[in-house]
Design a protein around this ligand. Structure first.
Ligand code: S3P
Length: 446
């Protein structure tokens, strides 16, 4: 399956999901592993890298800027970096596909190297706002020519040496935070980011692990992250934990399909990522954690989830940053709960791979779920554990998480739910449909 070849998919109700699985490596950590290893001097080794199209776009871009990146027969990735300051000017445009994380973080890297790079993307990525990174990176000295509205395709010229800045994040975004910190890696002096609301902290953990001088202070203003350039990164051995954002689909699927009992091994449980588990447990989900441990500096555990009746909640808006990618899955859980779930304060959903508020309102609404749409979220009246009507076609809008969420909804619908194009699933979760078949007894493990 490739995101560029349409893949229509239809799903009808199936029996319980049962058995064990692992989810692919964490997408955020996989991108960062390739980027940071690509800036270290010497060989890094990465185990468990997500081999989805988004991460492969990062690998291709880092290669185009001089890093040597190879995958061995055991699926371990080896990276020989160019050293901070050593990125080469790419000869052709960097094709980012569907991946906002690749684009925004790589823009940060290019910003403090004296090179010119052009970024292009698919129709979804070309609609997404890049002004949020253009603004701070311009203050550091980079120059941009973008498409109208600060969008791709865009060409940028980095500045070396650039200017260190102190930047208060105007939007809770780990991508913007990371772009500034990565530009700071090759900028003399201290670059500082202040985040009033904490977002995923993989960049901070991993940069410190790679030997960058990075400090974090918790203050009344928020978290202040300071990085000293011109950093020297040392090669690392990285084990990427399973992606909690991918695990979320099985947490919801097993919760809503009666008789389900699923164990997901090796799930990353960084507290900046686990809002979905908190929200599902508030709804009454039966999720148990086993064998809690630390893998590659990140908390990890095995999760067992069993079917349980769900009750509506008011989703606390302060959970939004730690479950920002999981709202589509949560909306599906809400569609099966008893009562009216209200999830607001999540306006960032409108600028993801699709407008996820509009896309999920259309998808669930067409399949017979009662809901109201707000500028910053949805209110959904659930089916009290009964199957939802289903029977309609859903537009995935080039968004992997819409396709996977509506597949999960179709597992407990009266009539078939069809998805116009499930190919985008390949960007983050190759093997999703094989695992679904495995858990529902349709084939052998993928
Ligand atoms: C990511 C940050 C989040 C998230 C995305 C991955 C990252 O985006 O939605 O899937 O790896 O830093 P924002 O920073 O735009 O919230």
């Amino acid at each position: 399956m490739s995101a560029s070849t349409p893949f229509p998919y239809a799903i009808s109700a199936r029996g319980p999901l049962r058995g064990a699985l692992t989810v692919p490596g964490d997408k955020s950590i996989s991108h960062r592993s390739l980027m940071f290893a690509g800036l270290a001097v010497g060989e890094s080794r990465i185990e468990g890298l997500l081999e989805g199209e988004d991460v492969l776009a990062t690998a291709a871009a880092m290669r185009a800027m001089g890093a040597r990146i190879e995958r061995d027969a055991d699926g371990v990735w080896h990276v020989w970096g160019v050293g901070v300051g050593g990125l080469l000017q790419p000869e052709t445009a960097l094709e980012m596909g569907n991946s906002g994380t690749s684009t925004r973080l790589l823009m940060g890297l290019v910003a403090s190297h004296g090179i010119t790079a052009t970024f292009t993307g698919d129709a979804s990525l070309s609609k997404r706002p890049m002004g949020r990174v253009i603004e701070p990176l311009s203050a550091m000295g980079a120059e941009f020519t973008s498409s109208p509205g600060g969008r791709l395709p865009l060409t940028m010229r980095g500045l070396n040496p650039g200017v260190p800045i102190e930047y208060v994040l105007p939007v809770a975004s780990a991508q913007v935070k990371s772009a500034v910190l990565l530009a700071g890696l090759n900028t003399p002096g201290i670059t500082r980011v202040i985040e009033p609301v904490p977002t995923r902290d993989h960049s901070e953990r991993m940069l410190a692990g790679f030997g960058a001088e990075l400090t974090i202070e918790e203050t009344a203003q928020g978290r202040i992250i300071s990085i000293r350039g011109e950093a020297e990164l040392k090669p690392q051995q990285i084990t990427v934990p399973g992606d909690p954002s991918s695990a979320a689909f099985w947490l919801v699927a097993a919760s809503i399909v009666p008789g389900s009992d699923v164990t997901i091994a090796n799930v990353g449980l960084n507290p900046t990522r686990t809002g979905i588990i908190t929200a599902l447990r508030m709804m009454g989900a039966d999720i148990a954690e086993f064998d809690s441990r630390t893998v590659g500096g990140e908390p990890v555990a095995d999760l067992r989830v069993r079917h349980a009746p769900l009750s509506a909640i008011e989703v606390p808006p302060d959970l939004a940053p730690s479950m920002i990618d999981e709202y589509p899955a949560l909306f599906v859980a809400a569609a099966f709960a008893q009562g009216r779930t209200v999830a607001r304060g999540a306006e960032e959903l409108r600028v993801k791979e699709s407008d996820r508020i509009a896309a999920m309102a259309a998808a669930l609404g067409a399949n017979g779920v009662a809901l109201e749409e707000y500028e910053d979220g949805l209110a959904i009246t659930g089916s009290r554990g009964e199957p939802i009507p289903g029977g309609a076609q859903v537009a995935s809008k080039l968004d992997h998480r819409i396709a996977m969420s509506m597949t999960v909804a179709g597992l407990a619908a009266k009539a078939e739910v069809s998805i116009d194009d499930a190919a985008p699933v390949a960007t983050s979760y190759p093997g999703f449909f094989q695992t679904l078949d495995h858990l529902t007894g349709r084939n052998e493990p993928a």
